[in-house]
Write a new protein. Structure first.
Length: 197
């Protein structure tokens, strides 16, 4: 019984400590250092007690958002989805976006360039590619996928014509075969027909 009371009082103590640390203007680490507490132990207790304190689930700027009694003031915390999307869409940049980012990159210092890349979610290789595109053709939009062949339209037209002629030839061959069979039935040879003409 005494162990249970001690655990409850320890949990209450740590609840008070966590609330004070979260309200501290200098942050949790500074609070723990000023009180002589280990940040590792602090975060262990925070993880244990977080289940019992739903207001700690919804933090803003590293501090606890105080839970008000009226439900209209505080929206319900959003639940993160863990499902995988069916199809991930590729991120595309318009020519104006590319120009804007390249202009910022050209003006940025080394540290500024790194923060620009992080902010835009880009790799430095993308900037190099965009710069070379800009130097070649001015960042015009390119279509993705296989490149259109210059003779593709003519090839398509010739294929259609070839299919049409093949059907005509097949029809003509059937007519000739039919004529041969009719001439055999009538007893007229092809040589006699050509002599009469």
């Amino acid at each position: 019984m005494q162990t249970l009371q001690r655990a409850e009082s320890e949990a209450e103590t740590w609840t008070r400590v966590i609330k004070e640390a979260r309200r501290n203007a200098d942050g949790v680490t500074a609070y723990c250092k000023s009180k002589g507490l280990s940040t590792r132990i602090y975060y262990d207790w925070f993880a244990k007690l977080r289940v019992d304190h739903p207001e700690w689930q919804n933090l803003t700027n590293g501090r606890v958002r105080e839970n008000s009694n009226s439900k209209s003031e505080s929206p319900a915390p959003e639940v993160a989805t863990t499902e995988v999307r069916e199809k991930v869409s590729r991120r595309t940049f318009s020519a104006s976006e590319k120009r804007r980012i390249l202009l910022e990159a050209d003006k940025a210092t080394h540290g500024g360039l790194a923060s620009l890349l992080r902010r835009e979610g880009l790799y430095s290789s993308q900037l190099q590619q965009w710069r070379s595109e800009r130097d070649r053709n001015g960042l015009e939009a390119r279509k993705r996928g296989p490149k259109a062949e210059p003779l593709a339209a003519e090839n398509k037209k010739l294929k259609v014509q070839n299919e049409r002629l093949a059907k005509k030839l097949n029809k003509a061959n059937k007519i000739i075969e039919f004529q041969k069979k009719v001439s055999e039935l009538l007893g007229v040879t092809l040589e006699e027909m050509t002599d009469n003409e």
